[in-house]
Design a protein around this ligand. Structure first.
Ligand SMILES: Cc1cc2nc3c(=O)[nH]c(=O)nc-3n(C[C@H](O)[C@H](O)[C@H](O)COP(=O)(O)OP(=O)(O)OC[C@H]3O[C@@H](n4cnc5c(N)ncnc54)[C@H](O)[C@@H]3O)c2cc1C
Ligand code: FES
Length: 269
């Protein structure tokens, strides 16, 4: 059951010109039921009725960390919070990633990078082999890479302008990685002796997720994606976050997601 409570900001850190990290004392009643890819819904000041959904980046003990960039009034307000301030937090919400795979490629684009750190850390500490492919607009937007290096077998960075890593889009890194992996076919002679195929887990802009999903489908590799939709209630009661599925049904990103198997999603929506 999600918990709603007033939480103290334990630490507020600016990661770069655009991104802010808040570590919140949410208590173990929240962290004990948290899984990677879930989000919290944060009230951003009394004057804003709707809470803002922010992915859980990491958690430990009674602390939970979120990382965000300023987009509008709510996140602007959030960026001004300091250690010792109180925040009204509801969570954990939604369904996260299935971490049962032994080999993972975590893919993050822009502000989709923070939730993938939680995935990488949790999977690595459960004994999985984790690789990371991270895309940023430019060096000024880069964040959290040292933390990925600590828990991942490999990490590659790419940026739109080449100011950090090589120039290009993160989907190129995914393509390259998959090209060098065994296929998912059982009893494939060409792949015998190679490690088992990875599962790809991705968070970022929808265009990026669509391209990652297509690359995975072409290589026969399982892919989970974390979708972003505008939200109202965050708990499945208002329909604001409905999105189209490949089978013609509609699902709530807040309640049924935000993580879906890539094959479930209608990418032409
Ligand atoms: C499941 C989920 C996880 C997210 N995780 C992160 C994260 O880890 N870090 C991060 O920086 N951002 C994240 N976002 C996006 C973040 O919620 C928006 O940037 C934020 O709500 C914008 O609020 P605002 O008041 O600053 O902007 P405004 O544009 O003023 O917001 C107006 C309204 O639109 C909604 N809204 C605007 N943009 C979005 C959006 N992209 N997604 C959902 N609602 C939106 C706001 O919640 C608000 O109700 C996530 C969104 C979702 C759905
Ligand atoms: S945000 Fe209200 S149903 Fe998803």
């Amino acid at each position: 059951m999600p918990v709603q409570k007033m939480c103290t900001v334990a630490e507020a850190v600016r990661l770069n010109e655009f991104a802010y990290s808040l570590t919140l004392e949410v208590g173990e009643e929240m962290t004990s039921q948290t899984s990677c890819g879930q989000f919290v819904h944060i009230k951003c000041g009394e004057e804003r009725l709707l809470r803002r959904p922010i992915s859980i980046c990491d958690w430990q003990g009674d602390l939970l960390r979120v990382v965000f960039e300023v987009r509008g009034e709510g996140t602007q307000w959030l960026s001004r919070r300091k250690a010792g301030d109180m925040l009204d937090v509801l969570g954990p919400l939604g369904h996260g990633f299935d971490l049962s795979a032994k080999r993972l490629l975590v893919v993050g684009g822009g502000i989709g990078v923070p939730p993938m750190l939680g995935v990488a850390k949790a999977a690595a500490s459960a004994g999985a082999e984790v690789h990371a492919a991270l895309g940023f607009r430019d060096q000024g937007h880069q964040m959290l890479t040292d933390a990925f290096v600590e828990c991942c077998r490999s990490m590659s960075v790419i940026s739109d302008d080449g100011s950090t890593g090589r120039k290009g889009f993160v989907t190129e890194l995914v393509e390259e990685f998959l090209r060098n992996q065994p296929c998912a076919g059982a009893d494939c002679a060409a792949c015998s002796g190679k490690p088992e195929p990875p599962v790809v887990m991705a968070c970022g802009p929808k265009g990026m997720l669509k391209a990652v999903a297509a690359a995975c489908a072409a290589h026969g590799v399982a892919c989970q994606v974390s979708l972003e939709e505008r939200m109202g209630c965050g708990v499945g009661a208002c329909l604001v976050c409905a999105c189209d599925m490949a089978d013609g049904s509609r699902k709530h990103v807040c309640k049924d997601g935000p993580v879906f198997n890539a094959g479930e999603v209608d990418w032409n929506d």
